[in-house]
Design a protein around this ligand. Structure first.
Ligand SMILES: Cc1cc2nc3c(=O)[nH]c(=O)nc-3n(C[C@H](O)[C@H](O)[C@H](O)COP(=O)(O)OP(=O)(O)OC[C@H]3O[C@@H](n4cnc5c(N)ncnc54)[C@H](O)[C@@H]3O)c2cc1C
Length: 637
């Protein structure tokens, strides 16, 4: 019966689509059903959900569902965010065909629209965990719309504002937080230099102190010390946090952070400041990245962010942290928040890509098993399931892990900082790599449609590509991770043996660790995956019935496929060849079991239709003639 109902729905649907087409093209035509259109909405090719999708969505999002829906809705109703309307559907996405300057101005316009609508209210003045979680929900939703928008705001609120909160004291909070929240100042974060990116300790900007005027003097002593890539600096920022070596009485006290104004109220550079544009990028052109030189710029003594170190009016250096390594660690703290945000964004991008590609796989048919048989749905090919469903399972695992990380980060005590640093570094690196890999697979899984701007996936890849290198380069983070404190036994023992062997040849410990980089990186991955598995199991405990069963399948698939694709397990003898073969056979079986749940699993992401990519079905259903008319796809608003 159920089968007959679905077949009936399909036939009815085809007739409706054809009717629409032919009436439009040849008014008055008499119509018959035809099989020439092989697209059906994804819902036709999925049964009813075996679990409660709203409960699954609540488990995935974890907090602030109302805020998320309110913001999605606010954007989907504004022409500033909607690039295209197709029949009764709207598609919210930036126009990536706009010239760079227009994209940057549009980002700013969107920010002020959000400000007028109260989106940033109490973002910095209210430090409660509830308010911080709400902010994170806002970043997530904005990031689903556009990475440039979330980066530009992230630089202003998380890096500039967050540095003032965590590295500054009351006098800084009183002076800067309210005007930051109201966007009366626009802040940026100048850490990276042309000569030093990953190695922040090596930066060459120098700050000295003049007791006669009670001012600091910031200087760019050479070309490699110019600040580079500074988000917001090229056009809009009025102020920056500058990271610089602090020289007191000729002694280098290490990297410190200062507040410095770079533009006046008319947008002109302040005295001693020079700024240049980093120019067009392969993605993220809605952000104005710039270069800054400081030519002996004078700032008041109070502009040193002095939570852990200060300079007295007569020029004495004082610090509550004597150990320079620990002090440096504190100054890097704002980057932890950035890494938590990247872990969330990376998960969400994978979700948008998968929701789009899996919906496509549930509408698109290609080839028949035998002549006269209907063509098969892409998602019914085991190979297609094998390409996409393990990525879906891993994305679920990442979702729970990112949610856990957010809470760990917001609730941390000072003594937890190192743990948060290690976990956020591992998650940031693994998730951003996973997201890029997923988007590429999704783009290919949509065939030619994957290249269409409206499909979103290609642009997401370009816009989010930078995640693997900023806020700590992934490769560097993964090695640091392993060296710090991890105890993944098998790999750790191997690493230990290898390092000792190299040292016995006369090399230093650092040199030995450097040449054992592959083992160190694998150790980092093993650690991260184990933590993710533990978090997944905890999330599963909150579910019951069918939902628990489906989550169990996803967990199994994420672990099995992770092991299956990672030759390190076999190479180092953690798995026998027989175990490896068994896993290899199990992955397709679990994929097949998950297949009926696919649409409901991506629906549970809670990402509304306007924020997903346009799939082939959308074109057939309501838009086939728009393209024929020759208009640019971005101009039909
Ligand atoms: C779009 C964009 C926006 C940015 N926004 C800001 C901003 O607002 N503020 C800011 O301060 N910075 C910003 N940055 C800079 C960013 O943080 C740096 O690019 C990043 O830290 C990497 O530094 P780098 O580019 O100098 O790379 P490098 O440090 O030169 O690294 C190059 C390569 O060398 C490898 N490598 C480096 N060290 C090691 C090692 N020890 N062992 C093995 N391999 C190593 C890395 O893995 C990497 O693959 C931004 C960058 C971009 C592209």
């Amino acid at each position: 019966m159920a089968e007959r109902r679905i077949v009936g729905d399909r036939a009815g649907w085809r007739i409706r689509v054809l009717t629409k087409h032919l009436r439009h093209l040849i008014p008055g035509t008499s119509l018959e059903a035809s099989i020439c259109l092989a697209y059906e909405p994804p819902e036709v090719n999925s049964g009813d959900a075996a679990f409660d999708k709203s409960a699954m969505r609540a488990l995935l999002d974890g907090h602030d569902l109302e805020t998320r829906d309110w913001l999605f809705n606010l954007m989907a109703k504004s022409d500033l965010f909607v690039s295209r309307k197709v029949g009764d559907k709207v598609f919210a996405s930036p126009d990536f065909n706009e010239p760079m300057d227009e994209m940057r101005d549009k980002t700013l316009e969107r920010i002020f629209f959000l400000l007028r609508n109260g989106v940033f209210k109490d973002f910095l003045k209210d430090n409660s965990i509830e308010n911080s979680l709400k902010q994170m929900a806002v970043w997530e939703v904005l990031g689903i719309f556009d990475h440039a928008l979330s980066v530009k705001l992230g630089v202003h609120f998380i890096l500039w504002g967050g540095s003032i909160v965590s590295l500054g004291t009351q006098r800084h909070h009183d002076k800067w937080l309210r005007i930051t929240e109201e966007l009366k100042v626009f802040g940026c974060f100048a850490m990276t230099e042309l000569g030093h990116g990953s190695n922040v300790r090596g930066i060459e900007t120098v700050t000295t102190y003049d007791p006669s005027t009670q001012e600091f003097i910031i200087d760019t002593p050479c070309e490699s010390a110019q600040k580079y890539w500074i988000g917001g600096a090229a056009k809009h920022a009025t102020h920056t946090i500058v990271f610089s070596q602090l020289l007191i009485d000729g002694k280098n006290e290490g990297v410190h952070a200062f507040i410095c104004q770079i533009r006046d109220a008319n947008g002109r550079w302040c005295r001693g400041i020079r700024i240049a544009d980093c120019g067009h990028k392969t993605g993220l052109n809605g952000v104005d990245n710039g270069r800054i030189w400081f030519d002996k710029v004078r700032i008041p003594r109070e502009n040193l962010l002095n939570a852990v170190a200060d300079v007295t009016p007569d020029g004495q250096y004082v610090s509550s942290i004597k150990n320079p390594d620990q002090r440096f660690g504190v100054f890097m703290a704002p980057l932890s928040s950035g890494r938590v945000t990247i872990a969330m964004h990376a998960t969400n991008q994978a979700k948008v890509g998968l929701a789009t590609a899996l919906r496509y796989a549930l509408t698109r048919r290609a080839f028949s098993v035998s002549t006269y048989e209907p063509e098969m749905l892409l998602l019914d090919y085991p190979s297609h399931q094998h390409r996409l469903l393990p990525l879906l399972a891993k994305t679920y695992a990442m979702n729970f892990a990112a949610l856990d990380l957010k809470k760990l980060h917001l609730k941390k005590n000072p003594e937890d900082s190192k743990v948060v640093h290690v976990i956020s570094s591992g998650f940031k690196a693994m998730f951003s790599w996973h997201s890029q890999r997923t988007l590429q697979e999704c783009r290919e899984a949509c065939g030619g449609q994957g290249l269409k701007t409206e499909n979103r996936i290609g642009n997401l890849k370009a816009e989010y590509d930078v995640q693997s290198t900023f806020e700590g380069d992934n490769n560097v983070l993964m090695q640091q991770l392993a060296l710090l404190q991890l105890r993944e036994r098998g790999l750790l023992e191997l690493l230990d043996a290898e390092v000792k062997k190299i040292i016995s040849t006369g090399l230093s410990t650092s040199e030995a660790l450097m040449s054992s980089y592959k083992l160190a990186e694998n150790l980092g991955k093993a650690f991260t995956e184990r933590i993710m598995l533990e978090i997944f199991q905890r999330a599963e405990e909150q579910a019951t019935g069918s939902m628990k069963k489906v989550l169990g399948l996803l967990r199994t698939l994420s672990v099995l496929s992770g092991v299956d694709e990672e030759p390190v397990f076999l190479r180092y003898g953690f798995l026998s060849p027989e175990q490896s073969q068994l896993i290899h056979r199990e992955v397709p079986a679990v994929c097949a079991e998950l297949r009926p749940h696919t649409l409901h699993l991506v629906d549970s992401f809670g990402i509304p239709q306007p924020f997903l990519g346009l799939i082939a079905y959308d074109w057939v259903e309501s838009n086939a003639w728009d393209n024929v008319s020759g208009g640019s796809s971005q101009s039909i608003v």
